[in-house]
Design a protein around this ligand. Structure first.
Ligand code: ASC
Length: 128
């Protein structure tokens, strides 16, 4: 367990940073900013699916205080926050599966669904 709330904040931020790096590279490929490489894309999708399970553990009680963009609303509406986090994990898992096919429409749809999960939570629970 975390010794201090600062450690929990650092933990979830590290996970989000790794997610953003991997997801961002996938977006660059889908938007044609770099060549699409199916093996790299799939590996990154696997990374995001695994990493998506990590941040939630860092949202411990009291960790709205500190060097964080997390809003106190997370802990006021914890059940909704938890379900949004689960939906993100489900979407990331579906994206990892889609990435193993060569169905471009499915891949793009699964990527969009995952991005909507990121944004949907940020819009409500992250400082802007
Ligand atoms: C990213 C990133 C996010 C999401 C979000 C999707 O690459 O860093 O927070 O995608 O912008 O809408």
């Amino acid at each position: 367990n975390f010794k201090e709330t600062a450690d929990a904040i650092e933990y979830r931020q590290a996970a989000f940073g790794l997610i953003a790096y991997n997801f961002g590279d996938m977006g660059a490929m889908l938007k044609g900013k770099k060549p699409f490489d199916a093996a790299v894309f799939s590996s990154r999708a696997d990374n995001v699916a695994a990493l998506s399970k990590l941040p939630h553990e860092g949202f411990i009680d009291g960790s709205d205080k500190g060097d964080t963009e997390a809003l106190a609303k997370i802990w006021q509406d914890k059940a909704d926050f938890d379900s949004k986090m689960t939906a993100f994990q489900d979407n990331a898992a579906a994206l990892a599966i889609a990435a193993k096919t060569s169905n471009e429409n499915n891949i793009k749809q699964a990527f969009a669904n995952t991005g909507k999960s990121c944004k949907g939570c940020h819009d409500v629970y992250k400082k802007d």
